[in-house]
Structures are given as C-alpha cells and as structure tokens.
Design a protein around this ligand. Sequence first.
Ligand code: NAD
Length: 257
Amino acid sequence: MTISGKTAVVTGSNSGIGLGVARELARAGARVVLNSFTDRDEDHAIAAEMAKEFGVEVRYIQADMSKAEECRGLIEKAGACDILVNNAGIQHVAPIDQFPTDKWDAIIAINLSSAFHTTAAALPIMRAAGWGRVVNIASAHGLTASPYKSAYVAAKHGIVGMTKAVALETAEEPITCNAVCPGYVLTPLVEAQIPDTMEKYNMGRDEVIKKVMLERQPSREFATVEQLGGTVNFLCSDAAAQITGTTISVDGGWTAL
Ligand code: NAD
C-alpha cells in the first residue's frame, strides 16, 4: 500500500502544522481534503495552488471542529477517508483559577472531542476500504505539563489516551492509530503566544524564543512543519503497519529530560 491515490482528511489545515502535513501527503500523491472553520477565498486558493503544485486533487471543506455534527459532516462530505489526521487545535494560557470557562470548553471541544467525532465517522469508511490510518497531532504537552495550560494539557493527554483505545479497538484490522507529539514548531499558534510571554517576562522576542520557549527543547531549534509531515507519511507507510497505539515525539529531546 502506498499513500498515492489515498484520500487524506486533515483537520485544521489552512495554516501551520496541518497545512505542512497536508502538503507532504499531497507530495506523496494523496488526494487531500483541507479544512478549517472559515470559508474565505484564500482557503480555496490554498487548495487550488496545492493541487497545481503536486498534481493531485485537493479540496477545501469548511467545518467547525468545535461542533460535533460538523466534525462528522466533514468526513461525510469528504466521501472517502483512508487517512485521517486530527490536527485542529487552539491554545489559551492562564492560571487555572482565572481560566475562562468558555476557553476551557473550546479547547476540549476542538483539541479533543473533534477527534472523537471524526474518528467515529471515519472508521466505518476505513473498514469498508480495508485499510486506514488515524494520526492524532497531540503535543509534548500530551506527555508532560506546563503551568497555565491546564485545558491544553488535559486535551492533549486525553487524545494520547484515546489514541491507545482506538488502536486496541482496531488492532486486528489493517488500521492503525497513533499520536505525533511535537515540541515547539514556529506556527501562527506559537507566534500568538510570543507577545504575552514578552510582556510577562519583560523580555524581547529573541530572548523569549531562546530562554522561555526553546528552554524546554534541548535541540534549541524549532521542529518544522515539513518534519511533522514526514513523520505522518512514515506512519502511513507499510513500514509502520505494526506501529499502533503509540506516540512519536518530534520535540528535539524535550520529553527525554
Ligand atoms: P495553527 O494556529 O497554525 O493551526 C491551527 C489550525 O486549526 C488552523 O488551520 C486553524 O484554522 C484550525 N482551527 C482552529 N479552530 C478550528 C475550528 N474550530 N475548526 C476547524 N479548524 C480550526 O497552529 P499549529 O501550531 O499548526 O497547531 C496545529 C496542531 O498542532 C494543534 O493541535 C496544536 O495543538 C498542535 N501542536 C502545535 C505545536 C506548535 O509548537 N506549533 C506544538 C505541539 C502541538
């Protein structure tokens, strides 16, 4: 089995890691379904440009991953789903006693529950096709914690747990389910945390990147979206057919500390 000709649905893929993963899947010949909650011309333009660049079918389907019925609707509209990458995610940073309830609810819905709904909708399609790959983009925060990120850490630990349960439920089938755990990757999600962190620590941008963010990442380098895409492609390869229910860290040594 090769990735070429397979249909891959990547949630939250109009920017950052999701877009990088979608691009590597398209490069390997997959038909790709891009997704986010917006419906802008630029979202459709990303799909058109990617189709042209890689010579594969790329569609953009709007669906809000905070809503159960839209998560399931995304898989229905995709029509096929051999590879499901649950990537959509948001972040909010605050001490738990000041953590807004609506932010907690949104993080749990988008970063965790969406993967439950899409996986539930995708597994019957994978079973009918006789092959499937579920890859959950978790985080180093699925294995360790940081202060002020209670909702994010809870959601990411949750998705690592769900990954194991789904792997056991599909263990005797040609379907695998794994989680990729990135350390820091310089995407819009991380960019958005820099101004607040600069203010909090009274530091400049470079100092925040080196001393606060990459302080946890022994390589002192950001992981790249291309490296994440390569990891997902590996999990979709035949070489990874017996890898299921596990986590692969792409974190420059963060979780080795
Ligand atoms: P990003 O902000 O660039 O991308 C997040 C994506 O999710 C975007 O495409 C956004 O449109 C989409 N999204 C947000 N809310 C959505 C919703 N309601 N419905 C559908 N799509 C929605 O961030 P990123 O850094 O690329 O993050 C992608 C994933 O990687 C997240 O799950 C994040 O937790 C995880 N991650 C990121 C890092 C990092 O350092 N950047 C590290 C570890 C894990």
